[in-house]
Design a protein around this ligand. Sequence first.
Ligand SMILES: [Zn+2]
Length: 109
Amino acid sequence: MPATDGSLTEREKAKVRNWFANRAAKAACESCGGRKWTLSGHVVHVPVWTTEYRTEVSSYPAVVVVCQGCAHMRFYSALGVGLCQEDIQEPARRRSGDEDTATLALSGR
Ligand SMILES: [Zn+2]
C-alpha cells in the first residue's frame, strides 16, 4: 500500500510495471500510437462527482502512466493493480531512496 503522500516504493513500482507489461502494454497510445510509457511515482485520486458541497469526497485510487511521445495520461485502478485494498485505512511507510518516477521499458512489445 502506498505511503501517506501517495508515493510508490520501488517494490510497488515493480508490481505496477509487471501488471502493465502483462495486461496493458500491447495497446498503443490512443493519442499518438506510441508504446513507451513512464509510470508516475504516486497513487492519485479520481474524485467521485457530486452536486453537493463536501469537505471530503469519495474517490477512486489510480496509478498513472504517461506516454513519452505525447504526454497522454492513462489511469489504472490501484485496486485492480493490487496496490490498495478498499478496507485498509492505515498507510504504509515509504522507504528511503525511492524515486518519483520510473520509466516503463515497453517498447517493441
Ligand atoms: Zn502518446
